[in-house]
Design a protein around this ligand. Structure first.
Ligand code: F3S
Length: 430
């Protein structure tokens, strides 16, 4: 659209374009008359700001047009940058046009009752206000980082806008829907407008493999997949890895762990496991004519070394935190088996993060009762990166998640399998 003026702005989690953006002319992105009306503010300032952001991103990536998206997931954090943008949208009258789910912020009532943090985090707090603005603009308050399993499930071939580390690669690779590696704000803007600029992974030619990863390691459990993701993310940094050598189809939680870690230590929005992920049956199809830029081999040695690098504590632990990403029903079933008839040590605490939907299903299956009988707590709607855990800062922690160790709110940390977390936290001899 010749002559259109839009802000050139940053797209990271601390979106702050109104205060420091520059204005430039835009020529390549063609907008429809309707899109131009949104951009001029005819549908309110909130929608206008959302469109300004999407247009700026489109220009930055040389998109030629906007395309419809049918669902979005905003990896909201309840922190200042998050509040800044959602407040602008809400006060400008924006409303979500398509189903738009949200990441964990906090179950304030639970934390007030259980952790007694009412004074610090009341209605005036950033997190509280952020949550309310998301509600106001009509977001679905799923408050989970794995919405693609229950609350917001894209279909194969659907164009969507999903942020969150595990969500983007899971949606692209395991489901075969199409999303870019969105920020909180670009996903939210897409949720309000129902569109996104057509660039990146929305175009088939950009979904080909770029790096070959030969997996020779023994992937015996979910933790091994976390280590694999951690290692691949660090080595590949950015691109689309093709993983060969995996003989057995990964389970859902193994996929989730792989996705989360590749997209935390690296910026990996998509991968192929020929024969298992949906877009390519063979290595040849995965690369679709691309020559791999690099070839990486992962053996047990690399996983062992990755495991050792994660450890910042040894010996006794004070607290276990699981559920980063949120535990799914299968993982709660496994935990139930491991904790049945056991007691968490009196001098330790044990916390499991999950979604409200999963907790409800786990209640019906009888898992929650059995887990809580042991002294462990099941927490919904929040995540390890939230203020709720600040009171654990002086404690030595343990987790089965390298991502949790990375964002940890506790002190030194041990990282290991679920079985090892349970063994380290129950009464001796149990
Ligand atoms: Fe989920 Fe928070 Fe971990 S969003 S992946 S629980 S850091």
């Amino acid at each position: 659209m010749p002559g259109l003026k839009v802000p050139l702005c940053c797209t990271d989690g601390n979106y702050n374009y109104l205060s420091h953006c520059s204005i430039r002319n835009v020529d390549s992105l063609q907008l429809t008359n309707e899109e131009e009306r949104v951009l001029k503010g005819e549908y309110g300032q909130g929608a206008q700001k959302a469109m300004e952001l999407l247009v700026a991103i489109g220009e930055g990536f040389d998109a030629e047009k906007m395309i419809p998206v049918t669902r979005a997931h905003a990896a909201c954090s309840g922190q200042e940058g998050d509040l800044y943008f959602v407040e602008i949208l809400a006060k400008g009258g924006a409303l979500c046009k398509i189903p738009t789910t949200t990441n964990p912020i906090a179950d304030f009532e639970y934390f007030q009752q259980v952790l007694n943090i009412a004074d610090e985090h009341n209605e005036a707090s950033v997190a509280w206000k952020t949550k309310n603005y998301y509600k106001q603009i009509g977001a679905i308050m799923s408050q989970t980082c794995i919405p693609y399993l229950a609350e917001n499930i894209p279909k194969y071939g659907e164009h969507v806008a999903f942020s969150e580390s595990s969500a983007t690669p899971y949606v692209n690779s395991v489901i075969g829907a199409l999303t870019n590696r969105e920020s909180i704000q670009t996903a939210l803007a897409a949720g309000v407008i129902g569109e996104t600029p057509e660039y990146g992974l929305h175009l088939k030619e950009n979904r080909k493999g770029t790096v070959l990863v030969k997996v020779e390691a023994d992937l015996r459990d979910g933790y091994a997949y976390s280590l694999l993701g951690q290692y691949i993310g660090k080595k590949v940094v950015s691109g689309i890895p093709v993983l060969v050598g995996i003989r057995k189809r990964p389970t859902i939680d193994q996929y989730i762990n792989l996705c989360a870690m590749m997209n935390v230590t690296g910026a990996i929005p998509m991968f192929h496991i020929p024969g298992f992920t949906v877009e390519a049956k063979t290595e040849e199809e995965s690369f679709a004519g691309n020559i791999p830029k690099d070839i990486i081999t992962v053996t047990d040695d690399e996983l062992r070394q990755t495991h050792e690098e994660l450890q910042t504590a040894t010996g006794a632990i004070d607290v276990v935190i699981l559920g980063c990403p949120h535990y799914n029903l299968d993982q709660l079933a496994e935990l139930t088996k491991l904790l049945r008839g056991k007691n968490i040590r009196r001098d330790a605490s044990f916390w499991v993060n999950t979604s409200a939907t999963t907790k409800r299903l786990a209640e019906r299956a009888g898992y929650i009762e059995l887990i809580e009988e042991s002294g462990a707590h099941i927490v919904t709607d929040t995540c390890i990166d939230m203020f709720c855990w600040n009171n654990l800062r002086e404690k030595t922690g343990m987790t089965d998640s390298p991502k949790c160790a990375y964002y940890r709110r506790f002190g030194p940390v041990r990282v290991g399998t679920l079985q090892e977390c349970v063994a380290a936290s129950v009464e001796r001899g149990e």
